[in-house]
Design a protein around this ligand. Structure first.
Ligand code: ATP
Ligand code: MG
Length: 328
């Protein structure tokens, strides 16, 4: 039975994440171009780490977020949303001279997304080691990194500090590369992703990201490299095709729940959050995967990046009432 000893059963665990907080503004029409005016909807609370930690709170784990917002309504929208859902927001700094980050997203006919990000020049871009509250860091038992957060030297330095401290005090690390094609243009992004991987206990890539940081070109080869580097669990997210769990000795492949996809944004963040929260609550792998798949499936049925987060009770109800796709 795959149930590695990453977490002691019953340990409630304080889960921490750090990174970008932003609002998302969405094109209403499929294939809508940003080269001419069109109808937009938003602002929606967003930022991959923010979505992640919102879902961790809703799954019932104690958690906190470190990040920066501007002194504006986009910041208030985010902070109040996280607070209402149960996240400790004491590590979110309001920077008077900056504005909250934003992202514009439009959906292509084939389901792909194109983004225009205003994050590097926002409050989130100013996040540094100075914004890390010592108290939160000391209490942290598990730290989650989103690769999308590693866009500035100051943030990478802050990440290094948290990674070293949390590992040093016996905590665990999860890592979702969450790479957007727009971000691989950032110099040193790959180097930073590689650095985080060296600290990673639980790796949560999308299918195409399994080989991203490996020398091997096959998934099996890349997985072997990951375990040699010290990763203990890999959960590969495959959208409507479900997910796979690997720990070097066990493989579990599970189908996705059968739902109509309205908006894929946030599915991976919710899936990862629910998996980490469930595991840190002492749940075994199979059950954590079930809750994680439910969380990802619910997320795609709701428009808006953070609008599809779900409570433990909502996850239970969904699992009881939704068929799973059959494997081909
Ligand atoms: P992103 O591209 O946003 O980073 P991701 O690759 O991190 O996404 P996905 O694989 O899209 O994450 O989604 C995570 C999980 O959510 C999947 O493994 C699956 O269990 C569930 N999921 C995603 N899309 C669907 C869908 N259309 N139907 C059912 N379940 C889904
Ligand atoms: Mg993702």
């Amino acid at each position: 039975m795959a149930n590695s000893e990453l977490y002691k059963a019953g340990e409630t665990g304080f889960i921490l994440t750090m990174g970008e907080i932003l609002v998302e503004i969405m094109a209403v029409e499929l294939g809508q171009s940003f080269r001419r005016p069109g109808t937009l909807i938003g602002p929606y609370a967003s930022g991959a780490p923010a979505i992640f930690i919102d879902q961790v709170a809703k799954t019932g784990s104690r958690c906190a977020m470190i990040g920066c917002v501007g002194d504006d309504d986009f910041g208030i929208l985010n902070v109040e949303r996280l607070r209402a859902d149960g996240v400790d927001v004491s590590g979110i700094t309001v920077i008077k001279t900056a504005t909250t980050g934003s992202a514009f997203v439009t959906y292509r006919q084939n389901g792909e997304r194109d983004f225009i990000f205003n994050i590097a020049n926002s409050a989130s871009g100013l996040l540094s080691v100075d914004n890390i509250p010592a108290g939160l860091l000391k209490e942290c038992r598990h730290f989650h990194v989103m690769g999308s957060s590693l866009f500035s030297a100051g943030i990478v330095e802050a990440m290094k500090k948290v990674l070293e401290t949390v590992k040093g005090q016996g905590g665990t690390i999860s890592f979702d590369p969450n790479v957007r094609k727009e971000m691989l243009r950032i110099p040193d992004m790959r180097k930073a992703l590689d650095f985080v991987l060296d600290y990673t206990d639980i790796f949560l890539p999308s299918g195409h990201e399994v080989t991203l940081l490996a020398t091997a070109s096959s998934e099996a080869g890349a997985l072997e490299e990951l375990f040699r580097r010290g990763v203990r669990e890999v959960v590969v997210k495959r959208g409507k095709d479900g997910c796979s769990f690997h720990d070097g000795s066990t493989e579990i492949h599970r189908a996705a729940f059968s739902v109509d996809e309205i908006d894929p944004t946030g599915a991976g963040d919710c899936f990862g959050a629910t998996y980490i929260a469930c595991r840190s609550q002492g749940m075994e792998v199979e059950q954590a995967l079930r809750y994680a798949r439910a969380s990802g499936a619910i997320a795609v049925t709701v428009k808006g990046p953070m609008e599809g987060t779900a409570t433990r009770a909502e996850l239970d109800e969904f699992i009881a009432n939704t068929p799973e796709h059959n494997h081909a």
